[in-house]
Design a protein around this ligand. Structure first.
Ligand SMILES: [Zn+2]
Length: 157
């Protein structure tokens, strides 16, 4: 799946159009099922650790993306639902090119204790702030309302 979004650079007011590959944010198959089942019942994430190269894969995978080594069940580890913002952008237009009522701060977050990252919405309307390197925590839906999907992550703050 790819999604295309018109975005605005707040400093130059220049619009750019790009494709962002969103696949890797969604673990597939068996690994994905286990990941989301865990997320439904816990306030943390699951990752997998490669025995060969020690890379901690997030979202969890059954094979190392670097050295293609199979990752056994005992190498699943729990990691905090928090991390550091690697990069961010302010989205002013939605996926259909319509101006949003309130711009959204979108960030790529490097998940703590892993070598992986996830795309998330930052709960802030401080559009002047430099969010690079800021530590954030995932705010999840109340457990009773979780459905075991990415939507269980409401936003980050
Ligand atoms: Zn590996």
């Amino acid at each position: 799946m790819t999604f295309t979004e018109k975005q605005t650079d707040p400093t130059s007011e220049m619009h750019w159009l790009g494709d962002m590959q969103a696949d890797y944010f969604y673990p597939n198959g068996i690994a994905g099922d286990k990941f989301f089942k865990h997320l439904k019942e816990n306030d943390s994430f699951l990752a997998t650790k490669c025995k060969k190269c020690s890379k901690v894969l997030f979202p969890a995978r059954l094979y190392c993306e670097d050295c293609f080594t199979e990752i056994p069940g005992e190498n699943w580890i729990e990691v905090p639902a928090s991390g550091k913002i690697r990069l961010f952008t302010i989205a002013k237009l939605d996926a259909h090119g319509e101006k949003m009522k309130e711009p959204k701060i979108m960030a790529l977050i490097d998940i703590e204790k892993t070598n992986g990252s996830i795309l998330g919405v930052i709960n802030s309307n401080d559009y002047e702030k430099d969010f690079s390197g800021v530590q954030v925590q995932a705010v999840l839906r109340p457990k009773a309302n979780r459905e075991g999907t990415l939507k269980d992550i409401l936003y980050w703050e």
